[in-house]
Design a protein around this ligand. Structure first.
Ligand code: SAM
Length: 338
């Protein structure tokens, strides 16, 4: 079937049953364009007032829209260069809505480049608190920095670290941690021939192992009572429900929690993995291309045991938790408190 890997199609057919034909039709139809407006620059204004294309709302994201690009190239428009909007898969907009960061919090985006979710976090945090955007690949860090700068994200730190090193340096530091995990990218197939070419059952297995490792580091970075959001843009339960099942078994201080309403998203599939009735897997969410706008996503919201009430401001916790030279601590505290 037009270039899609046979083993992928077999797997999806087995999992989706009656829904499979609708899924394949969606995956083979042209993608819609997702656009997320920038409230940091638009204030109370709306992209709808000046965008050259008709915009439809994304049901789970108040700042998100879809449109048909026609002959326009919104990525080349001066408004894009000015940071008034970001082009992003509508399904990807669900992650930050589900994590629901609050102004003033310390939030880590552990795998942040090119910055779709990091710019969304900056909007939700209203440029307050601390947004720590990390990307492991040095070259991708530059794109992340450009996108955050264009967005006008003022309360952000950009880092180029491994999750393990961050976990050692900043244990239990963050109110919320977002893990937009590297994955086999099955939801990217209709946009990216490269993702299709790189896919194999062995790649899925490798991704799952790496996701386990990244989540283990991510867990150490969440403060007691804080939240962890795991997201992928792949459909395979081996990288989704199965990864979360292992994580919760190995981290009894984390539990899956019900997400805020995300109209159009449907529950994950505990029945697709051996989970011994792991409680909470029904709180995970899936966005399917045949049921909702966008390419597809898996999302799981976890909370670490402990007092969930907001902690002291990031500046105070910085001086307390991290050992820095006096001048560096002063600069960091000054930066965070602005
Ligand atoms: N969050 C980004 C956004 O919304 O624009 C997309 C992130 S992409 C799905 C996954 C990211 O994980 C990539 O930037 C990739 O470089 C990074 N990555 C790859 N291997 C990693 C690893 N072992 N640990 C942490 N991040 C990794």
């Amino acid at each position: 079937m037009s270039g899609l890997p046979a083993a992928f199609l077999d797997n999806m057919s087995r999992l989706l049953g009656d829904e499979f034909p609708a899924f394949v039709r969606a995956v083979q139809s042209p993608p819609v364009l997702g656009v997320r407006q920038n409230p940091l620059k638009l204030g109370g204004g709306s992209l709808r007032d000046f965008f050259p294309l008709a915009l439809q709302p994304v049901p789970w994201c108040p700042d998100g829209f879809t449109c048909i690009p026609e002959n326009h190239q919104p990525g080349k428009h001066p408004y894009h260069a000015a940071g008034l909007y970001y082009l992003q898969d509508p399904a990807g907009m669900a992650a930050v809505e589900m994590l629901a960061p609050q102004p003033g919090e310390s939030v880590l985006d552990l795998a942040a480049a090119p910055g779709g979710k990091a710019t969304h976090l900056a909007s939700a945090m209203q440029n307050t608190g601390l947004l720590f955007a990390n990307e492991i690949h040095p070259r991708r860090v530059w794109t992340l920095a450009e996108n955050l700068e264009r967005w006008g994200a003022t309360h952000s730190v950009i880092a180029n670290e491994t999750p393990e090193k961050l976990a050692r340096s900043l244990p239990a530091f963050f109110d919320r941690v977002l893990v937009d995990a590297p994955c086999s990218g099955e939801a990217l197939f209709r946009r990216s021939p490269e993702a299709t070419a790189q896919w194999s059952p062995a790649a899925v297995e490798q991704c799952a192992l790496r996701q386990d490792e990244i989540l283990t580091s991510a867990a150490a970075l969440v403060r007691p009572g804080g939240a962890l959001l795991y997201a992928t843009c792949t459909f395979n339960p081996d990288e989704n429900e199965a990864v979360i099942t292992r994580f919760v078994r190995q981290h009894p201080d984390f539990r899956l929690v019900p997400p805020p309403p995300l109209p159009g998203a449907v529950p994950g599939r505990p029945d697709w993995v051996a989970n011994d009735d792991l409680s909470g897997l029904e709180h995970t969410r899936r966005i399917w291309p045949h049921l909702a706008p966008g390419e597809g996503h898996f999302l799981a919201l976890l909370q670490r045991q402990g007092d969930a009430t907001p902690q002291p401001r990031a500046a105070q916790r910085t001086s307390r938790n991290v050992s820095l030279p006096v001048e560096a601590a002063r600069l960091v505290d000054d930066f965070i408190s602005r």
